[in-house]
Design a protein around this ligand. Structure first.
Ligand code: SF4
Length: 426
């Protein structure tokens, strides 16, 4: 099966999934409309009882209240009719999308011989199989893409993901398709120099660099909500990064000005070993939320199966520039205080802020105090700062040397070679 057919099938899968979810939403809306009609009918019965049994209140008032309740019932009944029509239409659209997908799968793909393609399980199986086939042919995928977007936090995983995408794009003769996208989450929440480093990492390959930024940054968002996000409600990622990136998808599709649906390959530097939810992610996935008739968005994870050591090895081997924060042995970049970071990493971040003269710990603790909501369920940031003070008194300020991150992960020899490569590359 050629790549065009694979992409065509993936788009039909997307349409079928989207039609199914519209159908489900319409079904839920119809159910809610029925419940509201039922409540209106109960209210009518109650008012009729009042009018007919005369409980001693003003009859005119009771009659008027009954008329109002009956009018509400009429409105609710009409809403049920409308909702039922929408549901029937959505159901038919979903059936048609499934049927079209089924026919195409049956025509082009052997999987359908074993089962009914119209069943959701088979659609998912087809999606998984097609995507894993595509992930195994990165060159073809890159050639077929209208644009390759690399979402870069400037962190270690992002810089390796970028280096890999650049290597493959160069080999495919498509380097001009690569755009580096950096989400700015607010200078008061990030380590200094993050945005500049992301820019330099893109400039190294002569790539276009785009910064996306929500109107309100991380701290503004927390202040507005009156609470910190958490692992279950990662609004920081969805609002400050994902939603802003999606706006850029619209912009780039307009810039491309294609007559056909654009294929956007959106590359993220996440790794399976970082968390159980990331372990479950495939290497390539359809971004159902961001795709539409004008664009099919595939999310690609080019470093998904690399270990932390592998990442540092690629950084060392290719003399990739990384943020000095890693040399102080803080394992992740981006927010100074990440809601997902463990207690000891946060305490180290507080101590690093003190060395760098940053006000961030005080800003966060003041905000925590004002909100009356702890930074994390298990502990407050005030407790983290207290522990950092205790460590500081016992050990003195933290120190580091350039190359310590590589020294820590790969040894002294690798660090020395890396620093020499950096000098030569400068
Ligand atoms: S680094 Fe952590 S706190 Fe910052 S946006 Fe990402 S998940 Fe949220």
């Amino acid at each position: 099966m050629d790549l065009t057919t694979r992409l065509h099938l993936l788009n039909l899968i997307r349409l079928s999934a989207s039609a199914e979810s519209t159908c489900r939403a319409a079904e839920r809306a119809e159910h809610r409309a029925r419940l509201r009609r039922k409540e209106a009918a109960a209210a009518c019965r109650q008012h009729r009882l009042v009018v007919h049994t005369g409980p001693g209140c003003d009859l005119d008032d009771a009659v008027k209240a009954l008329a109002d309740a009956e009018s509400t019932y009429e409105t609710r009944a009409a809403q049920v009719e409308t909702a039922a029509i929408r549901w029937r239409r959505a159901f038919s659209a979903s059936e048609r999308a499934d049927a079209r997908l089924g026919e195409e799968l049956a025509r082009t793909w052997t999987l359908t011989r074993a089962g009914q393609p119209r069943r959701k399980g088979t659609r998912l199986a087809a999606e998984v199989a097609l995507l894993s086939e595509l992930a195994a042919m990165p060159m073809e995928l890159i050639r077929a893409a209208s644009a390759l977007l690399v979402q870069s936090s400037a962190g270690k995983d992002s810089v390796v993901a970028l280096a890999r995408v650049v290597r493959w794009a160069k080999a495919a003769g498509c380097l001009d398709k690569v755009v580096v996208v950096h989400a700015d989450i607010g200078q008061d929440a990030e380590w200094p120099g993050v945005r500049d480093l992301a820019r330099q990492q893109a400039e190294r390959y002569g790539l276009r660099f785009v910064v996306v930024k929500a109107p309100v940054g991380f701290l503004g968002m927390v202040e507005k909500r009156g609470m910190w996000p958490d692992a279950q409600n990662r609004l920081c990622t969805s609002t400050l990064k994902r939603d802003e990136a999606a706006k850029f998808f619209t912009q780039i599709v307009e810039e491309l000005g294609l007559d056909e649906q654009a294929l956007l390959v959106n590359c993220l530097g996440i790794r399976a070993e970082e968390s159980p939810s990331r372990r479950r992610k495939p290497e390539l996935a359809i971004d159902h939320r961001a795709s539409n008739g004008r664009r099919l968005v595939l999310t690609w994870h080019p470093v998904l199966h690399l270990s932390e050591r592998d990442i540092w090895q690629e950084i060392a081997d290719n003399a990739l520039d990384y943020h000095p924060v890693y040399d102080s042995l803080i394992p992740r970049l981006s927010c100074i205080f990440c809601i997902l970071a463990p207690f000891d990493v946060l305490a180290r971040a507080v101590r690093l802020c003190w060395v760098l003269g940053l006000e961030t710990p005080k800003t966060y603790v003041d905000l925590e105090d004002r909100l009356g909501h702890r930074f994390k369920n298990k502990f407050s940031l005030a407790e983290v700062v207290a522990e950092a003070s205790r460590l500081e008194a016992a050990e003195g300020p933290i120190t580091w040397r350039r190359g310590d991150a590589i020294r820590h992960h790969l040894g002294e020899e690798a660090a020395t070679a890396y620093l020499q490569r950096l000098v030569l590359a400068a």
